[in-house]
Ligand binder design. Structure first.
Ligand code: GLY
Length: 261
């Protein structure tokens, strides 16, 4: 199954508060810089053939441009998650109206079940749910049940320590292959899949985004781009310097799905 084939996406324009997005590093991004990177991202989604819904900014939620953390979507339905950090928990409710517009089935986590979409990697055979500081076991197990209800098999896995999200360090490249950082690859978590490793010093490149026949990759990672191009992939460099400052990458700025039928 080509789980990277999409025809729809939802994104949210960054608000000015994005400069206060959660981060481990010392430097905040600029609002103008994030906006430019977001505009380029939306253009790349459209160029790859997706129809894109652009939601308005939510100033009360600094990280709300990262719409993939509070929700998950599939052709079969959507799941409202419960982000595992207090400042982001309210983002899920803000996603409800757009999900209800697009999907007949909207499932949801509840109570002490916490999971961020950044910890969810969809492969052809199963859906990895990474345990992390944002995704607890109760949340992961509840999410596995919701995925089962949508016809997807889940595998709960460990995210290496010090990595924010499972997809910070790994992405799906094709039906059989993931590409990951050395730490993630060596953890053995991807048994049964082919694993390519990003070049040393380009760990941030492991968060890329396969969209139909295009692979969006951070322009800051030229050796990864060259590696993918040599392997025959249509790797498109994307500006990510500002969003990387708030510990984010290409996958978390959209929800993507292929409509059924
Ligand atoms: N700044 C992205 C996050 O921490 O969720």
């Amino acid at each position: 199954m080509r789980v990277f084939d999409f025809d729809h996406a939802i994104v949210r324009r960054p608000g000015r508060s994005v400069v206060n997005g959660l981060r481990k590093g010392p430097d905040a991004p600029t609002y103008e810089g994030v906006l430019q990177e977001h505009d380029a991202y939306v253009a790349a989604l459209r160029a790859a053939g997706l129809s894109v819904d652009v939601l308005p900014p939510l100033e009360a939620f600094a990280d709300s441009v990262f719409v993939e953390d509070p929700a998950l979507v599939f052709g079969e339905g959507a799941i409202l998650l419960r982000p595992g950090v207090a400042s982001r928990l309210g983002e899920a409710e803000k996603m409800r109206p757009v999900l209800e517009r697009h999907f007949d089935r909207v499932l949801e986590l509840e109570g002490e079940q916490y999971a961020d979409g950044g910890d969810v990697l969809v492969t052809s055979d199963e859906v990895f749910i990474g345990l992390s500081k944002r995704t607890n076991r109760t949340g992961a197990e509840a999410l596995a049940q919701k995925l089962k209800a949508l016809g997807r098999k889940a595998r709960v896995a460990e995210t290496p320590r010090d990595i924010l999200h499972f997809k910070t360090a790994s992405s799906i490249l094709d039906e059989h292959t993931v590409m990951a950082t050395r730490t993630m690859a060596d953890s053995g978590v991807f048994s049964g899949l082919k694993v390519l490793v990003v070049p040393d010093g380009e760990e941030g490149a492991a968060n890329f985004l396969r969209l139909n026949d295009t692979v969006l990759v951070g322009a800051r990672y030229p050796r990864t781009i060259e590696m993918l191009q040599k392997a025959g992939f249509n790797a498109k460099p994307m500006p990510v310097t500002e969003i990387n400052k708030i510990d984010a990458g290409l996958s978390c700025m959209s929800l993507r799905w292929k409509a059924r039928g």
